[in-house]
Write a protein that binds this ligand. Structure first.
Ligand code: 3PG
Length: 306
């Protein structure tokens, strides 16, 4: 019996847990849920006999991988796999996969929800502003960016995008205006919604120059990764632009300073909430379970990222 560990410090919704358990039961796999654990040491101790893992933002470090001699596959139930050490995984012959698109709608809905929350002054009872007719810039037009565009159009926003990795014609087919440079996107729009991954090219890439080029009353919405923003530069911008807002689903390291100094212009969810819906958990969790079964039983490596 293949031993699967579902290691989720931030657990899936119960409906997703039940459906994942059923899928593995039917396939004859032994599945254990390891939820709300405390720190890496507990995770390291839990993987000793594991052959397959489902994770979310859980950190699969070299220590975790080296503590799991039987491990064959790790599936990140979600999009970003910057939390898995791909180098050690490859060295240990561990296949790493993600489940692209499965939780995108939840993240896209939250991005728009955060825009409304900021535009309405955190629901403080005073007059706010509307999203209708404002310019929205989508930075990276992947699964989430595409859905953000669709929902934003429903709000009557004018939608723009920058993504050098997606065919211009494919973005334009959605009625979205494409910019050829990131600078044009940032200097034109009232809202910027970030959907870039965290990697060696993007870490701290949202820097002073880019933020300084934004409109004085612009809002930056981050439902991607905190590492892509240069936080020192962000603090300078918040200081220099008294109308600038920053809302993020990934609390920045300097969260307390930002919240204390700019309570009306900053908002951060306490814990990453983008993919925290029953639907997203079910979609991503079931996809991950099926990918593990297909890999173990048939060698299917669709969605392998390493
Ligand atoms: C993702 O990369 O899929 C999202 O950031 C969701 O992460 P989570 O599963 O930790 O909520």
């Amino acid at each position: 019996m293949t031993k699967v560990l579902v290691a989720t410090e931030k657990p899936f919704a119960q409906a997703a847990v039940d459906q994942i358990a059923d899928i593995f039961k039917e396939a004859g796999f032994e599945c254990t849920f390891f939820e709300k654990y405390n720190g890496q040491d507990e995770l390291i101790a839990a993987v000793a006999e594991t052959e397959a893992m489902i994770i979310r933002s859980d950190k699969v470090t070299p220590e975790v991988l080296n503590a799991a001699p039987n491990l064959k596959i790790v599936v990140r139930a979600g999009a970003g796999y910057d939390n898995v050490n791909l180098e050690t995984a490859a060295k240990n012959n561990v296949v790493v996969m993600n489940t692209p698109g499965q939780n995108s709608n939840a993240v896209a809905e939250l991005a728009l929800g955060m825009m409304v929350y900021q535009a309405r002054g955190h629901f403080n009872g005073k007059s706010g502003t509307e999203l209708c007719c404002k310019k929205l810039g989508i930075h990276a037009y992947g699964n989430v960016g595409k859905l953000v565009a669709k929902i934003a159009k429903g709000f009557g926003m004018e939608v723009f995008a920058f993504d050098p990795f997606v065919e211009k014609a494919d973005i334009e087919a959605d009625g979205v205006t494409v910019f050829n440079t990131v600078e044009e996107l940032y200097s034109t729009c009232d809202y910027i919604s970030l959907h870039i991954p965290a990697n060696e090219h993007t870490v701290k890439s949202i820097n002073y120059d880019l933020l300084a080029s934004m409109k004085p009353d612009a809002t930056l919405v981050n439902t991607a990764r905190k590492e892509v923003i240069d936080e020192d530069d962000m603090l300078k911008i918040l200081e220099e632009k008294p109308g600038f807002s920053f809302v993020s689903d990934i609390p920045p390291v300097q969260r307390e300073i930002m919240e204390e100094k700019y309570p009306e212009r900053c908002f951060f969810t306490p814990k990453k909430m983008g993919a925290q819906t029953a639907e997203a958990n079910i979609n991503a969790g079931k996809a991950a379970a099926n990918q593990i079964i297909n890999f173990i039983n048939k060698g299917d490596i669709t969605f392998k990222v390493n």
